[in-house]
Design a protein around this ligand. Structure first.
Ligand code: CP
Length: 307
């Protein structure tokens, strides 16, 4: 059986199918009320060097619900990094203050570096445009909860597939379970070649299109929409060329069919009309709320409070 005790969670690429299954099953048990108090006596630090609402607050809520203590940095300007302290020195210092560190950082590889600098588990809460593994865990849990399975699904991913770390992690996980993927983006924001090459190596069925109508033709079970990641564009004019490219409204949902599930890691800007929120197809707020049991499960596993 997969063991998580003491383990850092940096990338979906480090996970086996058994690991992912274990996280989903543990989340089901946590949400079903099986465990309580499994973080008692544990302290978790949340170090966020990039903005966040869902990830930081759901981690903090998860710690509180598990009976643990949490502290952290929500604004890097209020930390000693603003005085010139290196990332490495901050990590070495804080690792002596807690049992688990949760880190979000704009630089790809920052969480990996932190995990190599200290002996406590480090959880990657998003490193630049690279990976967002805990978002994928909650996405998988939500898909299983809503559709009853994690394989044999037709999943469209739409929007900023170049800079969107959520879709990079999710693509890898869904390919492990055996799903049919369709990537919908403007040509300048397509899924990075190294991820497409990796998919080709798996022999899995996937295609890339630049409009939703083409994707809808073959039928989709899930449309996973992402925000265009304005903060990752070096040139604001380049952002201006793709901003507002896609917008999902009630007509789009109708075109996609009554069984389509619309997911989004949030925050959204303008890519999903608020009128869609009230449809039974919209599951993005359920998805966001599943961040709590998923992160409770993960923290329980890495601290050994859940075995
Ligand atoms: N989904 C997600 O990572 O949201 P936040 O940026 O609000 O944490």
């Amino acid at each position: 059986m997969a063991s998580f005790r003491g383990r850092s969670i940096v990338s979906i690429r480090d996970m086996s199918l058994e690991d992912l299954d274990m996280i989903v099953r543990t989340t089901e048990a946590v949400k079903g009320g099986k465990y309580s108090g499994f973080l008692r006596g544990k302290t978790v630090a949340t170090l966020f060097f990039e903005p966040s609402t869902r990830t930081r607050l759901s981690f903090e809520s998860a710690v509180c619900k598990g009976g643990g203590s949490v502290f952290g940095i929500a604004d890097p300007a209020a930390s000693s990094q603003s005085k010139g302290e290196t990332f490495a020195d901050s990590i070495r210092t804080v690792s002596g203050y807690c049992d688990v560190m949760v880190i979000r950082h704009p630089v790809e590889g920052a969480a990996r570096m932190a995990s190599e600098l200290c002996s406590i588990p480090v959880i990657n809460a998003g490193d630049g445009a690279n990976q967002h593994p805990t978002q994928t865990f909650l996405d998988l849990f939500t898909i299983k909860e809503q559709l009853g399975r994690l394989s044999g699904l037709r999943v469209g991913m739409m929007g900023d597939l170049k800079y969107g770390r959520t879709v990079h992690s999710l693509t890898h996980a869904l390919s492990m379970f055996g799903n049919e993927l369709t990537f919908i983006s403007p040509p300048t924001l397509k899924m990075p070649d190294h991820i497409l090459a990796e998919l080709q190596g798996t022999g899995l069925s996937f295609r890339t299109v630049d409009n939703l109508e083409d994707a809808a033709g073959a039928g989709l079970d899930i449309l996973y929409v992402t925000r265009i990641q304005k903060e990752r564009f070096g040139d604001p004019q380049e952002y201006g060329k793709v901003a507002g490219t896609y917008r999902i409204d009630r007509d789009t949902v109708r075109m996609l069919g009554e069984d389509i599930r619309i997911m989004h890691p949030l925050p959204r800007v303008d890519e999903i009309d608020e009128q869609v929120d009230a449809t039974p197809n919209a599951i993005y707020f359920v998805q966001a709320h599943n961040g709590i049991p998923t992160r409770q499960a993960l923290l329980g596993l890495v601290t050994g409070g859940i075995e």
